[in-house]
Design a protein around this ligand. Structure first.
Ligand SMILES: O=C(O)[C@H](O)[C@@H](O)[C@H](O)[C@H](O)COP(=O)(O)O
Length: 241
């Protein structure tokens, strides 16, 4: 695990963008495509905007295939739809062709949407192991990541796939990649800002005992890849390092 702590957001975003571009250029050079999983939430918006402007010429974006680590059970036109935020801040500005963007089809029921998404991923990887080149993750102040929320059944899943998750405290369904699918990625980066996340960051990164039920982000341990934490000083405030 790499732990990068930044005083300012600008430097953090510059380093994270540079990391994404490095992995992307290597993936395209090696395989002719870059399989990139986006996160939702508010933290990545500025990063996405910068990738689409400041860094638009630093990667052959038309060779990138975009996926989502999770999606809310709302219409694709709803402001809370992760795909819409990404489309507005990154995908449309870069004119990414539609068949290179894998949105979760929330017009289906959550279970059907999860199954359909898993099938799309399996087809994209020709039925082979779905090992994404890069998965960007956020983390909530309850240590959830993607939609791996505390005390939800998906945390027990041994599947390498996508599942519907009923999140009690939100009283709604989410569709999420499982930890097993995320952990097959070659590169994983957490992007975590702010004081409200400091306790969760400490529990996930430094606690002695593993308690994945209450701190699900602890499940993220890539089998063959690397996980890097991009933290601002506030989110890292409670760490001993
Ligand atoms: O659908 C989502 O909301 C995300 O996938 C979720 O896992 C997010 O990354 C965290 O909730 C952090 O969200 P913020 O970046 O808004 O703090």
């Amino acid at each position: 695990m790499n732990l990068l702590i930044y005083h300012g957001k600008d430097e953090l975003l510059e380093d994270l963008a540079t990391f994404i571009l490095k992995v992307g250029n290597e993936a395209i050079a090696e395989n002719g495509r870059f399989n990139f999983v986006l996160t939702g939430g508010s933290s990545p918006k500025t990063l996405y905007q910068q990738l689409a402007t400041k860094y638009k010429d630093d990667l052959d974006w038309q060779q990138v295939y975009f996926f989502f680590g999770d999606e809310r059970n709302v219409s694709a036109t709803d402001k809370d739809y992760n795909g819409l935020m990404a489309a507005e801040s990154l995908l449309r500005p870069l004119n990414i062709q539609e068949d290179h963007i894998f949105y979760v089809n929330t017009s289906l029921s959550p279970v059907e949407a999860a199954s359909a998404y898993q099938n799309e991923i399996n087809m994209h990887f020709n039925g082979g192991l779905p090992a994404f080149d890069f998965i960007l993750l956020g983390m909530g102040d309850d240590a959830h990541t993607a939609s791996l929320f505390p005390e939800t059944e998906i945390l027990e899943s041994s599947e390498v796939g996508v599942e519907a998750v009923f999140v009690e405290k939100l009283n709604t369904y989410r569709i999420s990649m499982t930890a097993g699918l995320i952990n097959h990625a070659k590169n994983i980066a957490f992007l975590v800002f702010g004081k409200s996340k400091a306790d969760a960051v400490k529990q996930v990164i430094e606690s002695e005992e593993e308690d994945t039920t209450h701190y699900p982000a602890q499940l993220i341990k890539p089998y063959n890849g690397h996980v890097t934490w991009f933290l601002d000083q506030e989110a890292a405030a409670n760490l001993n390092t």
